[in-house]
Design a binder for this molecule. Sequence first.
Ligand code: B12
Length: 210
Amino acid sequence: MQDCKPLFDAILNGDAKLARATTETALAAGVEPLKLIQDYMVPAMDEVGRRFECSEYFVPELLLAARAMKAALELIRPLLVAGGVQPAGRVVIGTVKGDLHDIGKNLVSAMLEGAGFEVIDLGVNVAPEQFVAAVKINEPQIVALSALLTTTLAAMKATVDALKQAGVRERVKILVGGAPVTRRYAEEIGADGYSETAAGAPNVAKRVLA
Ligand code: B12
């Protein structure tokens, strides 16, 4: 049984090179990509957050940990992507305006791609009007919004409202997620689906399209 704790430690310590190397070793030893994400990478970021909360870590440590997480995810992402299947649908995804957090969003993108969705990623700090434009141009079935700050939850609502105002709300299903987002908030702002985890996103996406 491969010991993947070094991957957890590498992310926690913000060592991108080691995070890549330990991911490569684990994958070569046959460890499931999803297991690496759920059992080591996400818990490492949770611990980073805990240390930030009690002032053991500061923003530079967060940035290093995020970089290490991304380095590992780069190797895993292609393995999650389903090949040669009919797309399950097209998704436009982004982190809402004012918010620069993208690790959760990137995981959701990877999971959706893995489930056969075509994903158009608008990145971070995406203004409501950019989502509206992307819907008009790309004609997705789903718009997925991520927010990690309580202060940017309002931008999530503003995005839903902007889609309504532009007359494109009824063309798409809206999925929302991110640590401060709750099922109740999702309902309040009129979203169609919510998942607490990235792993749950494909099922919710399929359900809202059914
Ligand atoms: C890494 C990090 C950063 C990095 C981000 C780097 C990056 N490229 O993403 C940097 C250093 C940039 C950063 C900056 C800041 N951060 Co920060 N950050 C974090 C940290 C430690 C981890 C976030 C993370 O990646 N988690 C791991 C991922 C996998 O989890 P996740 O994002 O929640 O996503 C999961 C689910 O929520 C879900 N999901 C996410 N999105 C979506 C979308 C959909 C559609 C669905 C279905 C599901 C879904 O799927 C994911 C996997 O299951 C958190 C603490 C924490 N424990 O979360 C603080 C945290 C989010 N940050 C915080 C703060 C305060 C800030 C700053 C204001 C700090 C500062 N003083 O400058 C700035 C704000 C910058 C900005 N404008 O956005 C606070 C937010 C407090 C609040 N309630 O508002 C937190 C909670 C830390 C804390 N406890 O105080 N941060």
